[in-house]
Design a protein around this ligand. Structure first.
Ligand code: FES
Ligand SMILES: [Fe+2]
Length: 391
């Protein structure tokens, strides 16, 4: 193919790369020491999506997060506020939560080891010693608090006292999803999968559609521009040939007649009512917060895909499907046509991510090369490098 060179023409505004760009070093995808560096510099210093607010809907209910060698929990206070703490007792460091999800007793947070007791604000309210040492003050031993942001029914936490501004972790303004009224949505289905790949392999796959025509036959029909291996109109170096063409093949969005990401393109849920005509036409809106989550909003449901690293070559992926409550209350509505479609696309991506991981170990392979369509991967790599270098 490359022997036949079309005359070089790149229209103004073309988004793709114009020179080959070296990929990240191959060892960064499996070397345990580098993995630890990424945990410390990226995962422990950025906002990470933990769970939906509804998972700790009632006071005293908690949810934990295991991330690298760190364990933390979030708990709903009697005042309705959620707070995050290291899952560590101030006495001698025992873990406080026995389960991944649960509810503390009315007495509060009681350490399973020597029964130190904390209130839901993390203040130590009782020790178990007959008398305390001279100068011991309970106020000096609160739980180790962590930043928490509750936004649109999502709970994010950070393992550093001073994470970057929450809004800056997203690639779009926080209010971009306002019309979906996400805090009112309900989880209708969950998918979970352990991927045998480094977490960056997943994000690279997410950030390009060069693989779409070969890997995603159904998705390429539903989103015709993906079938051209492009994400957006200007990813085509000759985009001006069809610059005003509203056909989805050139403009992006769903094929004519389709409205949502489902098996037949028809919505499965009650539509979100406040969407703009453009959002309805596009059929999907992506909003991303690296390193842990992306949200895809459709006209009738919203998909939330969370990643957590489990090791240099293992990644936990969990997907939540959010619907309007009316959708889930209506037995005539069959959400499986949406779940099934996602399952197909996700399984296709998982399979190639795992293939990608397997090949990276070749002793001859030092780094890959990015092609023009992979300009968003380049942005991702720049971000990874910048995070690793950030003091
Ligand atoms: S370690 Fe928690 S009370 Fe001793
Ligand atoms: Fe894909």
């Amino acid at each position: 193919m490359s022997a036949v060179r079309p005359s070089l023409r790149r229209d103004p505004g073309y988004t793709g790369l114009t020179t080959p760009v070296e990929s990240l070093p191959a060892a960064w995808y499996f070397d345990p020491a580098h993995y630890q560096r990424e945990l410390t510099r990226i995962w422990y210093r950025n906002w990470v999506y933990l769970c939906r607010s509804s998972e700790i809907g009632t006071p005293r209910s908690y949810a934990t997060l295991e991330l690298g060698d760190q364990s933390l929990f979030v708990v709903r206070g009697e005042d309705g506020s959620a707070r995050a703490f290291h899952n560590t007792c101030r006495h001698r460091g025992a873990a406080l939560c026995r389960a991944a999800r649960g509810r503390f007793p009315p007495a509060g947070i009681v350490c399973p080891y020597h029964a130190w007791r904390y209130n839901l604000r993390g203040e130590l309210v009782q020790t178990s010693s007959a008398q305390v040492g001279d100068g011991f003050e309970m106020r000096d031993f609160p739980l180790y608090g962590l930043p928490l942001t509750e936004w649109n029914g999502f709970i994010f936490v950070a393992l550093t006292p001073e994470p970057p501004p929450f809004a800056a972790s997203f690639d779009l303004p926080l209010n971009r999803l306002d019309s979906w009224n996400l805090s009112q949505t309900v989880v209708g289905h969950r998918l979970h999968k352990i991927l045998q790949c480094n977490w960056k392999v997943f994000w690279e796959n997410y950030n390009e559609c060069l693989h779409c025509p070969g890997v995603h036959p159904q998705l390429s029909q539903l989103v015709p521009i993906y079938g051209r291996a492009l994400l957006e109109r200007r990813d085509d170096p000759r985009w001006q040939d069809h610059g005003a063409d509203e056909n989805a093949r050139y403009a992006g969005g769903l094929r004519a007649g389709a409205e949502s990401w489902t098996m037949d393109g028809q919505p499965v849920g009650v539509l979100f009512s406040g969407l703009s005509a453009e959002d309805r036409k596009a059929g999907h809106l992506y909003m991303t917060s690296v390193p842990s989550v992306f949200i895809v909003a459709h006209v009738d449901y919203v998909r939330v895909v969370r990643l957590l690293p489990l090791g240099p070559e293992r990644t936990d992926m969990s997907i939540e499907f959010l619907f309007r409550p009316e959708t889930l209350a209506d037995p005539a509505r069959d959400i499986t046509r949406a779940v099934e479609f996602t399952n197909i696309v996700m399984s296709e991506d998982a399979a190639v991510c795992e293939l990608n991981q397997r090949g990276l170990h070749a002793r001859a392979h030092r780094a890959g090369v990015l092609m023009p369509e992979e300009y968003v991967i380049r942005q991702f790599h720049d971000w990874v490098r910048a995070e690793l270098a950030r003091p």
